[in-house]
Design a protein around this ligand. Structure first.
Ligand code: AP5
Ligand code: ZN
Length: 214
């Protein structure tokens, strides 16, 4: 099963990726998490990406395409994968096609911008695993700590309101065109396309996904 999760920053891609990974036994490929890991490790890639990410802009297509190509060639991706945060420009989607990477399902999470701004203000993350929480909507069992490791949770540097608004602008400009792109792919029978109401509570969104994906 090869799935693309499409949706604005904060729409719930990372949150539902946890559910879908468990359901289908496929790995999550989050380009955002990969870049954050590179920043933490101080690699050349991380150094290139940090300022761009902190300011809410997109990292270059060339760099991201190379990163994903390498990742999906790994053994654990043979039975499928879950793309979270990629593709997010038309050139990235075209690169997938040119490389013969077909997908089974594209899932779009529909959430209005104002809901997103509120969500990001309360987001807490576990940097090591990419697990995501919200202080009100999806709290950890113990305040400020990751459920599985007990390690401290942190706030992403790009979750400041002005940066979130900038990321939303870039989403509408550069990523939203992928909705039409993949709906056209679905009409030609290349994949299925699902739109999910992402404003429902976390468990209800998971239940909707389970129902629609079968
Ligand atoms: P990335 O990490 O991919 O960020 P993003 O796409 O902006 O998405 P987010 O991770 O912010 O949101 P999400 O949809 O995963 O929501 P989440 O589940 O966390 O990318 C970061 C940066 O890296 C980019 O800005 C760019 O610079 C660079 N980058 C990455 N990929 C790139 C690419 N392909 N090309 C170029 N550059 C790239 O949920 C958000 C919050 O809401 C959480 O607190 C969560 O608990 C809560 N929540 C989730 N669902 C619900 C719900 N149903 N109800 C209530 N609260 C909920
Ligand atoms: Zn995410």
């Amino acid at each position: 099963m090869r799935i693309i999760l499409l949706g604005a920053p904060g729409a719930g891609k990372g949150t539902q990726a946890q559910f879908l990974m468990a359901k289908f036994g496929i790995p999550q490929i989050s380009t955002g998490d990969m870049l954050r890991a590179a920043i933490k490790a101080g690699t050349e890639l991380g150094q290139k990406a940090k300022a761009v990410m902190d300011s809410g802009q997109l990292v270059s297509d060339e760099l991201i395409i190379g990163l994903v190509k390498e990742r999906i060639a790994e053994d654990d991706c043979k039975a499928g994968f879950l793309l979270d945060g990629f593709p997010r420009t038309i050139p990235q989607a075209d690169a997938m096609k040119e490389n013969g990477v077909a997908v089974d399902s594209v899932i779009e999470f529909d959430v209005p911008d104002e809901v997103i701004v509120e969500r990001m203000a309360g987001r807490r993350v576990h940097a090591g695993s990419g697990r995501v929480y919200h202080v009100v909507y999806n709290p950890p069992k113990e305040e400020g700590k990751d459920d599985e490791t007990g390690e401290e949770l942190s706030i992403r540097p790009d979750d400041e309101e002005a940066t979130v608004r900038k990321r939303l602008g870039i989403y509408h400009e550069q990523t939203k065109p992928l909705v039409d792109y993949y709906q056209a792919e679905a009409s030609s029978g290349a994949c299925s396309y699902l739109t999910i109401d992402g404003t429902q509570p976390v468990d209800e969104v998971s239940a909707l996904l389970a129902k629609k994906l079968g």
